[in-house]
Write a protein that binds this ligand. Structure first.
Ligand code: NCD
Length: 320
């Protein structure tokens, strides 16, 4: 197995063989999660702390369940009611937690770079569960596993990422991962929601859904991230749905067996038609959620192995 990372901060740092190693291990966890006794001892004795500075339903639940199924002691810090509200800095919070000897720290934060900063300050493994508009590596990995299972491969596919690219860490991590695995990535959205200079990343850019979706294998829709917008990015939600919302007519441009994805939470009737989201013949949205738990188990398992190896190679005095 090849996976040399000490932290999972972004897809940017991963080698394609590390991505494959992680997805292969996640397959084992998919099987475990579908069995009656969903339990392994991979993280037994280890402490996992989840620090979510932004609201989250599925990602936090997914990390929590993943840790519990691997036998870790899992603690959720309710950051909304924490000392951060009293003015404590991220670094001070991290140092306080570090003193409690955690092994895995899962962090979601509204600022890009927050996870990297933490990783420099603490002695445990840090997993980025989304930092600002920067990266959301476990989302891209769970998307990759979902695609690989549905299409039988994770290379030479044509994949459209549609909607609010500019504010999306999901889009960024997916672009990086899908590019590393040699797929053709198309970005589709209004010019106001596509960062300028994006085509330099080896992606094709479209402003028209009908054109962009032509013959693609995968249609990945994104939520309109209103909380990150500070002005008039779209004329109205109605107009946005008309031009960029995924409906049956636009989806008909894609390959007949194209799959539809969405990281959630969804705005039905804004970026996606509710019937398409629920169509079990096209939509793999529920499968994405299932793969999320398995991918997070694999990520924490691999990081814990590297952590143990690193610690046993250190003289005891360095560890205190
Ligand atoms: C995404 C996120 O938080 O970046 N959601 C998620 O992790 N399931 C996407 C989003 O919020 O739109």
């Amino acid at each position: 197995m090849t996976f040399t990372q000490r932290h999972l901060l972004g897809i940017e740092h991963l080698h394609p063989t590390e991505i494959t190693t992680l997805l292969d291990l996640a397959e084992d966890y998919v099987r475990l999660n579908r069995s009656a006794a969903k339990h392994s001892d991979a993280l037994a004795g280890l402490t996992q702390i989840n620090m979510f500075f932004e609201n989250s339903t599925r990602t936090q639940a997914s990390f929590e369940l993943a840790g519990m199924r691997l036998g870790a002691d899992v603690m959720n810090m309710g950051m909304a009611s924490s000392s951060v509200k009293k003015g404590e800095t991220l670094i001070d919070t991290a140092l306080t937690l570090n003193a409690m000897q955690p092994d895995l720290l899962v962090v979601r934060h509204p600022s890009s770079g927050a996870a990297d900063l933490l990783a420099q300050k603490v002695k445990c493994a840090v997993l980025n569960a989304g930092d600002g508009k920067h990266e959301h590596p476990t989302q891209a990995l769970l998307d990759a596993l979902t695609i690989r299972r549905a299409k039988g491969r994770l290379h030479r596919l044509s994949i459209a990422i549609c909607g609010d690219i500019a504010h999306s860490r999901v889009a960024r991590s997916n672009m990086l991962l899908l590019g590393k695995m040699e797929n053709r990535v198309r970005l589709i959205g209004p010019p106001t929601l596509l960062p300028s200079g994006i085509s330099e990343f080896g992606v094709e850019v479209f402003h028209d859904m009908h054109e962009g979706l032509k013959d693609v294998d995968v249609v990945m829709m994104l939520r309109l991230q209103k909380e990150r917008m500070d002005g008039g990015f779209i004329p109205s939600e109605r107009e946005y749905y008309h031009r960029y919302g995924l409906d049956a007519e636009k989806l008909a441009q894609a390959k007949e067996d194209a799959i539809v994805m969405h990281p959630g939470p969804m705005n039905r009737g804004v970026e996606i038609d509710g019937d398409i989201a629920d169509d079990i013949n096209r939509s793999v949205i529920q499968e994405q959620v299932e793969m999320g738990v398995a991918v997070r188990m694999a990520a924490m398992d691999l990081l814990a192995r590297n952590l143990k190896a690193h610690r046993s190679a250190q003289p005891a005095s360095v560890l205190v």
